[in-house]
Structures are given as C-alpha cells and as structure tokens.
Design a protein around this ligand. Structure first.
Ligand SMILES: [Zn+2]
Length: 161
C-alpha cells in the first residue's frame, strides 16, 4: 500500500496505546505486512523498481530516481501530517509520529536492502515480498479502497479509543 495509508494506520495504532511506545513501534511495523497482504494499488516507481542491464537490481543513478524520491517523500509527509492531524494531542504527538514512521518503515528498508543487500535486510525483504499480495488492483479502485480502509480504521479508533 502507499505510505500515507501505512502512516495513518500506524498513527491509529499509536492512538490506542499512547503510553506504550515499544508496543506501538512493533504493532505499527507489523501492521505494514498485514496491510500489504490486502489487494491494492501502488504507484509505479520508475528507477527504484527497474533493473539495470545484466539483471542488476541496484538503483539506477539517473533522473528517474529524483522523481521517485520526490513521490515517496510527498507520500510519506502527507501520511505523517494526516496521522498527526487525526490523532495527535500535544501530549501524544511523539508517539503518533513514532507509530506513523514505524508503519511506513518496511518500505524504506526495501530501498536500503537494494543499496546494502545484507542480513537482516535480506530476510526482511524476503518476508515482505512473501506477505505482499500478488493481486494488483487498478488505480481508481486500488486507491479509493485504501482511502476507505484508512478512514474506517481512523473512525473506529477515534470512536472506540
Ligand atoms: Zn510494503
């Protein structure tokens, strides 16, 4: 799923356990894999997911990478701001940010694994790929279902919690 969705759900988890930051970090990190298992749409990353000649999976050092990084950065910042706006109080803003960042973290770790393909990142990458759905939705359905999912989780947490 896109980073914004992961950040909002991570923030929602933090909202449930604001005085348990370790639990928040672990639960939000784990939520990433459960959410990736749901069929969804991801925006295409042109440089980061493409392969260079010789089937080398390393990052391509061309201008496409800046477009990808800008897209990822905007997505992450939007998710972080939405999570803060929805769930944070002056007393809980730190743990809400922690939950949002932990929820997004597995995706930047994938990029890190491309740069440094070593353990424990290799095992994490293998698990991430295994957990990720193989079913890709078209973007209108795939993005609206993510928005609905994040809104539903937020509504439940804000209502119950
Ligand atoms: Zn992911």
């Amino acid at each position: 799923m896109i980073l914004s969705t992961h950040a909002v759900v991570g923030g929602a988890i933090a909202c449930l356990f604001p005085s348990h930051p370790v639990l928040v970090a672990v639960a939000a990190f784990a939520s990433h894999f459960a959410m990736d298992a749901i069929p969804h749409w991801d925006y295409p990353l042109r440089a980061i997911t493409s392969k260079s000649r010789g089937n080398n999976h390393r990052l391509l050092a061309d201008q496409k990478i800046f477009r990808d990084l800008a897209l990822i950065g905007c997505d992450a910042c939007a998710g972080l701001l939405i999570a803060i706006w929805l769930f944070a109080t002056p007393a809980t803003i730190g743990v809400i940010v922690l939950g949002a960042l932990a929820g997004m973290m597995p995706d930047p770790l994938q990029i890190l694994h491309r740069l440094v393909p070593k353990q424990p990142l290799t095992t994490l990458q293998r698990f991430h790929r295994w957990a990720h759905t193989k079913r890709r939705l078209s973007w209108p359905l795939g993005i609206s279902s993510q928005a609905l999912f994040a809104a539903s989780v937020s509504w439940v947490v804000l209502t119950v919690g």
